[in-house]
Design a protein around this ligand. Structure first.
Ligand SMILES: [Zn+2]
Length: 357
């Protein structure tokens, strides 16, 4: 009778600690339904829906499409977010594939896919900034419930996705104007233990180049970045960069798929998957080189290239072709990304250089 009662409670999602195998021993935990917004997924199912961000202050509001892949037994809750920047297509297309590639019946734990975090930017085809309010979504976390549209998107993601996850990966690529060599950001700030587990996530994701980021805010109320919103809340997190220039690149998509498969294995959410990278290259120093003037940028090097201190990586002209600025590397390093389209605005990035530890 007890076994039957426990089984019934488990099926109903009411028994938190596990079922009993009929001989009194514990077996894998059958889990409760998992809810995001108004959508619930039963154990062993995949369900999709949208988070609605209501209209406010004259804007039209927006929605955030997501999928819950809810395993039959309990385990970590891994949130994978794509499209924080709307012209970063590689992760968006990778998550389209993952929705059907991850089998909820063999998954331990839960995967939340956020397919397009920044719908105004995606549909408006804008780099960096939302066409709705001119803000960079990945600079306004944890967001505000009564704020501009980007701030409300951030608040919705914080409340409905980040707070429900145990681990978070914010999947970026070079923006629509950036030619990029793949790498991850490992954030070393945050509560004890979180940095170590975030490092393990970076290794498991498998991109060899790992930028060590020691300067993220530690204030939960001013976390600024999506992944840092998770870290300041005690959840290991990672930001990844694969692909760029608004190209739907199969090779870069494969890096995302391989990376997520490695993390699912690392978190023991699946038994199979690729091993962690055995040859990590930690980038201990990096610099984003910003345009000193507005004009037309001519890159002189390609992504991934090694550059020497003082060497030219490009130049900026005015709109009549006169050279206004030579762009040079401040130290010996590698080009992690470089702007690959002509427009540059004073103060915006033209390249990022990283140096190995
Ligand atoms: Zn981005």
């Amino acid at each position: 009778m007890k076994t039957r009662l426990v089984f019934t409670l488990c099926v109903l999602g009411l028994y938190p600690f596990g079922s009993v195998d009929g001989r009194g021993g514990p077996v894998a935990v059958v889990q409760s339904p998992f809810t995001v917004g108004s959508v619930s997924a039963a154990p062993g199912t995949t369900v999709s829906g949208t988070l609605d961000v209501a209209a406010l202050g004259g804007d039209t509001g927006t929605n955030i499409p997501f999928t819950i892949i809810h395993g039959a037994i309990s385990g970590p809750v891994l949130a994978l977010v794509a499209g924080t920047h709307g012209m970063e297509y590689v992760p968006i297309i990778a998550l389209q594939r993952m929705r059907t590639a991850i089998n909820p019946r063999t998954l331990r734990g839960t995967v939340i896919l956020v397919h397009v975090a920044n719908m105004p930017s995606f549909l408006g085809r804008t780099i960096y900034y939302s066409p709705a309010d001119g803000k960079n979504l990945n600079r306004v976390f944890p967001g505000r419930a009564v704020g501009t549209l980007s701030e409300r998107i951030a608040e919705t993601l914080t409340r409905e996705v980040i707070t429900r996850a145990t681990h978070v990966i914010d999947l970026h690529c070079g923006d629509g104007n950036e030619s990029l060599s793949p790498y991850s950001y490992w954030i070393t700030t945050g509560p004890a233990g979180v940095a170590d587990e975030s490092r393990a996530l970076a290794l498991a994701f498998g991109l060899d180049h790992i930028v060590v980021d020691r300067e993220r805010p530690t204030d939960q109320a001013a976390s600024v970045y999506l992944s840092n919103t998770a870290i300041t809340r005690g959840k290991p997190a990672l930001t990844t960069e694969t692909g760029g220039m608004a190209v739907v690149d199969d090779g870069a998509i494969a890096l995302v798929e391989r990376g997520v498969a490695g993390v699912l294995r690392h978190l023991k959410m699946r038994t199979d998957g690729p091993a962690p990278t055995g040859s990590p290259v930690f980038i201990g120093r990096n610099e984003v080189i910003r345009a000193g003037v507005t004009g037309i940028f001519y890159p002189a090097v390609e992504r991934g290239r090694t550059v020497a201190k003082g060497s030219r990586i490009g130049h900026i002209t005015d709109f009549h072709g006169r050279v206004l600025e030579e762009v040079v590397a401040a130290f010996d390093g590698e080009i992690l990304y470089i702007v690959g389209t002509p427009p540059v605005t004073k103060g915006e990035p033209v390249a990022m250089v990283g140096a190995r530890q």
